[in-house]
Design a protein around this ligand. Structure first.
Ligand code: IPE
Ligand code: IPE
Ligand code: MG
Length: 266
């Protein structure tokens, strides 16, 4: 708590962040970080601003964190931007959220291209308004030859929706006789998910103090390390990401097994 207050009051000294970054790079970095970007509405409410002001500010955080993650050497950054349940929100807010990809790409696509970032998207794109689809498709196409950070936006994404689609595809193949029931393995299911070309997240971050998954990557997070913070997404910054990475580096990932040093009889 104190460190958080101090961080707020004292501007971060660049060299300190550089030092932390360099130290973190000596150890195993999480290759894939997934973030549930939450708290935009509360950030705005705290300032007596309309909720959409929080979403606009959250977009600036996306820019900042993408740049930094790329700079640190993270390979994949998945950002939960709009869930299949977020359509329940008032039309005005949904309309604004659907304008954000255009706004974001309109402003930042040139710098994403320059930074060698590859934009990808997972979610049900068909149900997005045409202007949103166009902005995303253009960004994906224009960055498809890049081989730096994969910036994967989860937009109109829901894990249950994703699982339903994959089950439908698999059942269809069984009915056609292309595969049999015995061919259904973890790998087969993974290869029918929207993340089929990505690694599983090593680290999941959720901002704003909520401790739940809200229908996010239920299959893929089976062995992911979780990190929660009370910081609201618009306030999330580079030192916060370093906190999460450093915490990850102290974890003991065992995947149900034992570390070599804990095996009693060899
Ligand atoms: C996250 O912020 C952005 C989206 C879900 C689109 P919220 O809009 O959920 O912010 P809070 O949770 O109301 O503060
Ligand atoms: C999850 O946040 C979805 C995104 C961050 C896009 P929500 O704000 O929609 O989640 P709940 O409603 O608090 O579970
Ligand atoms: Mg929320």
């Amino acid at each position: 708590m104190l460190s958080k207050l101090l961080r707020k009051r004292q501007p971060v000294v660049t060299s300190d962040l550089t030092k932390r970054k360099e130290l973190a790079q000596i150890e195993q970095l999480p290759s894939h970080i997934a973030i549930i970007m939450d708290g935009n509405g509360r950030w705005a409410k705290n300032r007596s601003l309309p909720r959409i002001a929080g979403h606009y500010e959250g977009m600036q955080t996306v820019r900042k964190i993408t740049r930094f993650a790329n700079d640190v050497g993270i390979e994949t950054l998945t950002l939960y931007a709009f869930s299949t349940e977020n359509w329940k929100r008032p039309k005005k807010e949904v309309d604004y959220l659907m304008r954000l990809p255009e706004e974001f790409m309109g402003t930042y696509l040139p710098e994403l291209i320059e930074q060698n970032v590859q934009v990808q998207m997972m979610g049900n794109i068909d149900l997005l308004p045409d202007h949103t689809k166009r902005a995303i498709t253009k960004a994906v196409e224009k960055t498809s030859h890049n081989d730096g950070l994969i910036l994967n936006f989860a937009l109109n994404y829901g894990s249950r929706d994703e699982i339903i689609q994959s089950v439908q595809q698999i059942v269809n193949k069984v009915q056609l006789g292309t595969i049999s029931c015995d061919d259904i393995t973890e790998e087969l299911i993974s290869s029918h998910l929207m993340t089929k070309d990505l690694t599983e997240p090593d680290l999941l971050i959720r901002t704003s103090g909520e401790i739940r998954l809200s229908n996010f990557m239920l299959w893929q997070l089976a062995y992911t390390e979780f990190w929660f913070t009370d910081t609201l997404w618009p306030d999330f910054d580079e030192p916060c990401l370093m906190d999460a990475i450093e915490s990850y580096q102290k974890r003991n990932r065992k995947y149900g097994g034992l570390k070599e040093e804990d095996v009693e009889e060899k």
